[in-house]
Design a protein around this ligand. Sequence first.
Ligand code: ADP
Ligand code: MG
Length: 616
Amino acid sequence: MGRIIGIDLGTTNSLVAFTDAETRQPRCLPDPQGRTLLPSVVSLDSAGAMVVGWPAWEGLLHQSQRSVYSVKRLMGRGVEDVQEELKLFPFRVAPDSQSVIKIELGEPGTAQKTLTPPEVSAFILRELKRRAEQFFGEEVTRAVITVPAYFNDAQRQATKDAGRIAGLEVERLVNEPTAASLAYGLDKHQRALIAVYDFGGGTFDISLLQLEEGLFKVLSTNGDTHLGGDDIDNLFAEKIGQEIQAQFGVKVSASPDLYQSLRRTLIAAKHELSQQDATTIRFKLEGKGEYTRALSREEFEGWIAPIVERTLGPCKRALRDAGLKPEQIDEVVLVGGSTRLPLVRRRVQELFGRKPHCELNPDEVVALGAAVQAHILEGGVTDMLLLDVTPLSLGIETMGGAVAKIIPRNATIPASASEMFTTYVDNQTGVDIQVVQGERELVKDCRSLARFTLKVPPQPAGLPRVEVKFLIDANGILSVAARDLRTGQEHTVEVKPSYGLSDDEVERMILESIEHAEVDFAATQLIGVRNDAETILRATTGALAGEQAQELSAEELRRIEAARAALQEAMGSDDHRLIRERLEELNQATHNLAELLMNTAVRAAVKGKRPDEVSL
Ligand code: ADP
Ligand code: MG
């Protein structure tokens, strides 16, 4: 059967983790540079190959037309659902996007590609799969993937589709807050009430969990699918953008590249303000000078307070749903990079009246929990049971456009429930059933998941007895069965979410990805190695000009120069192996020199940094 990896497929960053069978400890797998985070960014290079993760993130700045980020926001959603969000993205959505969003990459006239959100996510998953395979030295085909608690059926399906396209058997989708509670090993407690507060890049989730003798139960979940660090960044960019416009007459948001560049500068400033009381923002405007501004944490917090405040309403609603008061919560767990903001920590502490947990790295917690769940599924742990809840009520349309709820929100899953229906017109030959999801009373205010007709023999109104049965599996995915109790006719209907890929489409994408896998892999390698090579070439040139170089022997300098020239020459080829080889040789040759330079920033500039920490 093989091992199962745990994946946090995040809006901003994704990670892969596994549980060490001996220590029973989960850990995140690093890339060859030692970074556990993989930016959830995918781009198309000018030769038509896909680039994933760091190189794509690095290219974002200059290739905003060719890159996709935050694609998780688009997963399983329709074009109308995401109009507001699309305004903030530089990438285009194909005008013919009917049931599934199609993202167009590349400028007209150059290499172009159209991808659905699950296909984009599949590139990220494939990269993580590859990272795990390199680590284990064997093929990995099974995974647990986490999703926000708020993900509806269509979004969960889209995530599963992404896994399949990437060649992964998705053994289980786990809600992110549930995974986080697992990572904290909360099953060790006898009993406790726990609040998991997850404030990431694109989503906010609050979950209230109950622990009893090693058994987790999610009492309630709440949150906002459109609230996260991205919103802070957008607001920040808007504020500073206004100041720049007033001062320099430049409208930054009019140029995608400039806007991305400003955003990046401000993200770095935001992170700094989590560590220190003040920072200075500097932003160069070509030909117009430089925008410079000192910003205190206090002023920044004044700006973002309304966003942080928006997380508190869902917290209160989750408490109300669970019938709990804040003081009844025993433990509060912080998850997601945005919980590093001191203001967030203060507000959470105030609300719950206790200091929240933040011992584990808030970026890694969810992936670690996914690895714990994976280990349970592998059979490594037999004494743990996990219960989850459905985030939104599910029901069907009844007369007059009202909703009959069949499975209420926050029901423990797997769940099933049934309800009896009949006809209201004589001699009806079919019963129309519309499956809806949401909390509102009228169908028009809920989300339509599916519509189908159950055939019934003509009878007087009110006579047919039709049982509609809903089943939600452990992944939170719904299937609906309808049965005519008089005829015994049963009709099981696969509920296809309104915004999803058909099985045929998924099959085609899997095939395509296999066909192109080799090419994409080589192309990604090539870009990665070229970036690395450029860095070392630059560093070497700089170092040779510096005074430390004078401490080297003439012989050693000759060796370095030869290796440098060899790498420079290899850069002209498309052979990533050759470039890597020469790069290693130059690395070897410059070993002494590097040692001498250890204290200078040259070589450290690109090593082991988080995406947002590298300021450009
Ligand atoms: P997601 O789960 O949505 O992928 P993460 O948990 O990785 O997101 O969090 C990413 C968000 O956390 C980004 O908006 C990033 O700017 C923010 N973040 C990371 N570190 C810090 C920090 N030190 N201060 C404030 N925000 C941070
Ligand atoms: Mg997250």
